[in-house]
Write a protein that binds this ligand. Sequence first.
Ligand code: FES
Ligand SMILES: [Fe+2]
Length: 447
Amino acid sequence: MPGMDGQSEIERLLDEMERSLEQGLIPARIFNDPEIHRLELEWLFARAWVFVGHETEIPRPGDYCLRYIGQDPFIFVRDEAGSVRVLFNACRHRGVQVCRAERGNASHFRCVYHGWTYTNSGELVGIPAAEEAYRGFDKSAWGLLPAPHVASIHGLVFAALDPQAPPFEEFLGGMKWYLDLLFGLTEEGMEVIGEPHRWILEANWKIAADNFAGDDYHTLYLHKSMWDVNVFQVPARANMMGYHVQAGNGHTISFSMAPDPNEPGPTFWGYPPEIVARFRPDRVTPEQYELARRSRVSVGTIFPNLSFLTVPLTADPDRIPPTTFMTIRQWQPKGPDRMEIWSWALMWEGVSPEFRERSYQACMASFSPSGIFEQDDTVPWPLATRTAGTFFFGRRNEMLNYQMGLSTGTAQPVTDWPGPGVAYSPRYEEGVQRHFYRRWLEYMRAR
Ligand code: FES
Ligand SMILES: [Fe+2]
């Protein structure tokens, strides 16, 4: 409701948050409010670059999957010429979805309503009774609408719906440097194993993006039982050593890393020699290669809603050694208090089928709907969302505490950090989350 000054209650809330964020205070309300959700779809998801899928999910011409940018449906498809396309999934006649299967292979998409037919590059090529109904009709003007911008990095495909969106490189900013060392160490790159798992959680999407942005602090308590049963070799408090990086533009990465570069323990995220032998130092700078070498765990969020995690874990330490996997996950907004989690497992192309299988098992056992870590994480996220929707707390604009590292904690800025952005060490700090929300505010207040 606009007030006397013409500002809505939510606009005032966002103005207030602009100030409170400096002090590490974030209004709980942003995590469960219908108006915030609507504005996010319009001002954030329809304007930012958003992850669509991995190129290896659609290897052959005609392969397609359905994907969502915010809540808008797109067909992620490889056309006959081999190009990756991101096409809005709606017939230009009356707007009916022309593709209704989750994935498959098709040279054409035919609308169920009146039968208009499009190629997998989006061209309108068939109209029933065209001679009688549409003589002289310019079919070329009525193809499926492509996303205005599509770009990829290391096989990860992103699209932007805003024609005025900045170039992808600019959007990524310093994050590119970190994605290179995470995804770019081999010639062949990474591929998706199987299909993404998807499930609904009654929680706001930002809570998950914020967790992966660098909430390592929760591992000490929420995941404590995992250390009790030995699923991860680095002790809980030692694992807090490392770096939080605000990579710029809301993107963040957190590295678990021993303070002493020569300390024994997992290097290259615990990948076995078979995999490490494939890494090529000349594909990155010596500084990037050294960070990759020292990494025990890397986790982070590519703003707004794609997160990644590489870590060596095992669900059965007595029988299976810890095995490294990489998962990427997208937190899809489905309402103020509801998201759909999409989770992919990735592996380096060309590794042995045995390691690939073991890595996939390690990923499924820890991060999947039935995964032991995932089951922990998905308990508090809905509870925090519920609080944000209450009248006593959420609607009174009570503040949540994001102050770790501001006036509390031991983290200090790193003066000789070799990469872009600002790094803090050790990982007892919440600057990464504040960095994420600062970017979120920029989008939400841009109007
Ligand atoms: S709505 Fe698609 S052909 Fe009419
Ligand atoms: Fe967690």
